[in-house]
Design a protein around this ligand. Structure first.
Ligand code: MN
Length: 756
């Protein structure tokens, strides 16, 4: 298609001829599709748009109308949309760029087309404004169009793809912005909607503009290795082809090379050079079943035929047929050992599955007059997006993050105790699962059982886990729970709960203060308010109400004295000075001897480094269950609601999240010497099984006087052993000493401390 256009341009034919020929190409695409042939309305839309954009050129110098035609072609050919969408694509810039209104479109083309064009006009600006808030606002608008009519976003993606294909004529500064936005939002969206071919092209184009040199280099290397690849593929595919032919299967077998962007991504993630990427291509078998009712069985027949020839990698079978991906993807993937000693992935799909895989199933979707199918995963996803939008996040960047969690996630499948299957994003925790079941279950969750074993709510789930949630009616979500969730849904629900709770505490505090003031015949004016704010070192009256509402500040004799005291001016000055110097005046409050003891610890100086010590076996901190640091680890402290210090490793992911959400509650922390209390640590040990190796391992551990074994498991298979040893130690040095001794046992290949 691109080549075509270049030829036409260089032969210098007129703009009109160029426009005609591009439009005819669109009509041809449309006639080749499965849609009903409503050519007239498409012609009408084309003529209308052509007239409206008349005389306008794109930056590249082409007539403007070529852009809407190109977008309509993508919508038709690459997304599989029908006449309504093609018309909307042809008209998509008319309301934005000319004097015509949505009303005009409605009068001429009817309500549906006008609505889609209206939706596209609303989101015509970029996602990335100059301000984060505008960014989120535009993004929100974009997402809001989805539940209404999915076609709006599909055409928007087509629009973006054409803009990316012609990005070269834009200013470089704009190129980066558009490329960045494409990679950040549009490629994941395309992926989530199952538009795999478009997603890949968007990523490659963005990457090309952001890293032109690297893009060139990888392309060159892919091209240079092509000959070898073809040889390898032929060697591999020939025996399969022969057997398939003998069975009378109607099929096509081809090699699919990884995209430039995903090669680069893999190089980054695995930290390896191009030469070490062994899965540069996958083999794809696409077959036409005699009867679509049997396509699943056919896939497994082909699977069995391949595994008769090549040895299967037992852990790399992906059955996306019995359980399709949320974006509708279906296929059977397996990895086998090729004749040249490389693992090769084979993807088996029917022609229909292939169409959905490449163009997404959005095209076959709902708006085709209410086939009341069982709710698809895509529907569920869109519902989640809607829920998030209904609980608006005050912080724009958080909002983007929340949505992005949902865009990128790949899925795991877990079971309820009754055996129902639920789909969750990869990385979901037991608490995410609880919120997925029901908001009440999430709110009241206290722990979980995974495969009948008791685990904390922060436990990350794996595909195939069976999960039971233990609840307590009295439990309510606390802010630190936010660190345990990875799904947008759970996050949104917790934040919504906390906000509601805060509001009700604020109004309770306000009420209590009013009762107190009335009783003491005090008037709530600015002077009084400022006195209180200064005294408790608060900024806003809402903060004061909140503290009162939470009983953290009591409306008692102390407050009465403070407010009634005649010498309050002097007193106030004194407080202000103290505040100025120390930044912490909460303890200046007069201590009443009969004051009720609170459960909370005294306030911790958040600026100083907190020393983690134990006196006579009593610790002044607790260890985070997620990362289980021990003395010697680099750590930080998190002050929880009860002013207790929880110690996390600095590298801990939960701590990273706490940092971004509760920055002021993070303090620096340092270990004092620990000789009394011991901590649990786990060592992973791997090696080659041989006579006496296991005896030597247990021998070394028990020889080590300071160390207590808590748990030991060692698995031996195919001559390799792999074990986990949990021990009680006093600090990192003891673990390291032990690892060092273990590594010196012959045949032990590695011994390292791991996170359990
Ligand atoms: Mn456009």
């Amino acid at each position: 298609m691109k080549n075509n256009m270049n030829e036409i341009l260089t032969t210098n034919i007129s703009d009109d001829q160029l426009i005609e020929s591009e439009f005819n190409a669109l009509l041809e695409d449309y006639m080749n599709s499965n849609h009903r042939k409503k050519v007239d309305i498409i012609k009408k839309a084309f003529n209308f748009a052509r007239e409206a954009h008349k005389g306008i050129k794109r930056r590249s110098g082409e007539p403007y109308i070529l852009h809407p035609i190109a977008v309509a072609r993508i919508a038709c050919r690459d997304v599989g949309l029908g006449s309504t969408s093609i018309c909307a694509a042809l008209l998509h810039d008319v309301v934005e760029d000319t004097d015509y209104t949505e009303e005009d479109i409605k009068a001429i083309f009817g309500e549906k087309i006008a609505q889609i064009v209206g939706g596209l006009t609303k989101i015509s600006g970029g996602i990335f404004g100059d301000k984060a808030s505008a960014q989120a606002e535009n993004f929100k608008k974009l997402l809001l169009t989805m539940p209404e009519d999915i076609r709006v976003i599909l055409i928007k993606i087509a629009d973006r793809l054409h803009n990316m294909r012609t990005l070269g004529s834009m200013l470089p500064s704009k190129q980066y912005k558009i490329a960045g936005e494409t990679l950040y939002i549009y490629a994941p969206l395309a992926h989530r909607l199952g538009l795999f071919a478009i997603k890949t092209e968007l990523e490659d184009l963005s990457f090309k503009y952001e890293h032109p040199d690297t893009y060139e280099e990888i392309s060159r290397k892919v091209a240079a290795s092509e000959e070898d690849r073809i040889k390898l593929f032929k060697h591999f595919a020939t025996p399969i082809s022969e057997k398939l032919k003998a069975l009378g299967v109607d099929f096509e077998i081809k090699a699919r090379v990884k995209s430039i962007y995903s090669i680069w991504n893999k190089m980054q993630v695995k930290n390896i050079p191009f030469e070490e990427i062994y899965d540069l291509f996958a083999v794809r078998i696409i077959f036409r079943p005699h009867d679509y009712a049997n396509e699943k069985a056919d896939c497994w027949k082909i699977y069995s035929l391949i595994t008769d020839i090549y040895k299967l990698h037992p852990e790399r079978i992906r059955d996306w047929i019995s359980r399709p991906k949320a974006n509708g993807y279906r296929a059977l993937h397996l990895t086998v050992m090729g004749p040249d000693g490389n693992w090769i992935e084979v993807q088996i799909r029917s022609e229909k599955m292939d169409d959905v895989a490449e163009r997404g199933f959005a095209a076959h979707w709902k708006y085709k007059n209410g086939e009341a199918d069982e709710e698809s995963e895509l529907d569920k996803w869109i519902k989640t997006i809607q829920e998030i939008l209904e609980n608006p996040e005050p912080n724009a960047l958080d909002f983007l993050d929340t949505i992005k969690l949902n865009l990128f996630a790949s899925e795991i499948f877990v079971f309820t105790p009754k055996g129902d299957l639920r789909t969750l994003p990869n990385g979901a925790t037991a608490l995410d699962f609880a919120f997925d079941l029901h908001t009440n279950i999430g709110s009241q969750a206290i722990a979980a059982k995974v495969n009948h074993k008791l685990v904390p709510l922060s436990h990350q789930l794996q595909s195939g886990d069976q999960v039971e949630i233990l609840t307590s009616k009295n439990n309510t979500p606390s802010p630190d729970r936010l660190a345990y969730v990875n799904t947008a849904k759970a996050k949104t629900k917790i934040i919504a709960y906390l906000r509601k709770e805060k509001r009700s505490k604020i109004s309770r505090g306000e009420k209590n203060l009013k009762i107190f003031l009335d009783k003491n015949e005090l008037i709530f004016d600015t002077t009084l308010l400022n006195k209180l704010l200064n005294h408790y070192c608060l900024k806003k009256k809402e903060d004061l109400f909140l503290k009162i509402g939470r009983d953290e500040i009591e409306t008692d004799e102390t407050m009465r004295k403070l407010l009634k005291d005649k010498g309050d001016n002097l007193l106030l000055k004194y407080f202000k000075m103290a505040v100025g110097r120390k930044g912490d005046n909460l303890n200046l409050q007069v201590q009443e001897p009969d004051k009720k003891p609170t459960e909370k610890n005294p306030a911790i100086d958040r600026k100083a480094t907190y020393i983690l010590r134990d006196q006579a076996g009593v610790k002044n901190y607790s260890i985070a269950a997620c990362c289980k640091p021990i003395p010697g680890d680099d750590v930080l402290g998190y002050i929880n609601e009860n002013e207790n210090v929880i110690v996390h490793k600095r590298s801990c992911q939960v701590a990273t999240k706490l940092k971004s959400s509760f920055g002021p509650r993070i303090i620096s922390a340092k270990w004092a010497d620990h000789n009394e209390i011991s901590f649990s640590a786990t060592i992973e040990i791997k090696g080659i099984d041989g006579v006496g190796v296991l005896n030597k391992i247990t021998g070394i551990i028990s020889e080590n006087m300071a160390v207590n074994i808590k748990n030991i498991t060692i698995n031996v298979s195919d001559g390799i052993f792999d074990g986990k040893i949990t021990i009680m130690v006093h600090d990192v040095q003891e673990v390291e000493k032990l690892c060092y001794s273990l590594k010196h046992i012959p045949n032990v290949k590695s011994a390292n401390r791991i996170n359990e």
